[in-house]
Design a binder for this molecule. Structure first.
Ligand code: FES
Length: 82
């Protein structure tokens, strides 16, 4: 058991994968579960930044329609304001 789905329900520790997945929402300790889910936000943001730097090219739309205008400057319309 990894404990990732652990939740406090009416003062008892439950596991969604074993005891759930549905619980009475009024009896769930939301403060506890919210704290647990947010405790690695800094690490998740760091990890996401590393992934983005390595995979930025996957985030760019390089479909032929867009690729043509990216490599041919004549097709690009630039507005220069001075
Ligand atoms: S204990 Fe790991 S998913 Fe439930």
């Amino acid at each position: 058991m990894c404990g990732a789905c652990r939740v406090e329900v009416n003062g008892e520790t439950k596991f969604a994968c074993v005891d759930g997945p549905e619980f009475d929402g009024h009896e769930v300790d939301w403060e506890n579960i919210t704290f647990r889910l947010r405790q690695f936000i800094a690490e998740e943001e760091l990890s996401h930044g590393i992934w983005e730097r390595k995979n930025w090219h996957k985030l760019v739309d390089i479909s032929p329609r867009n690729f043509g205008s990216m490599v041919n400057p004549k097709q690009q319309k630039m507005k220069i304001t001075i």
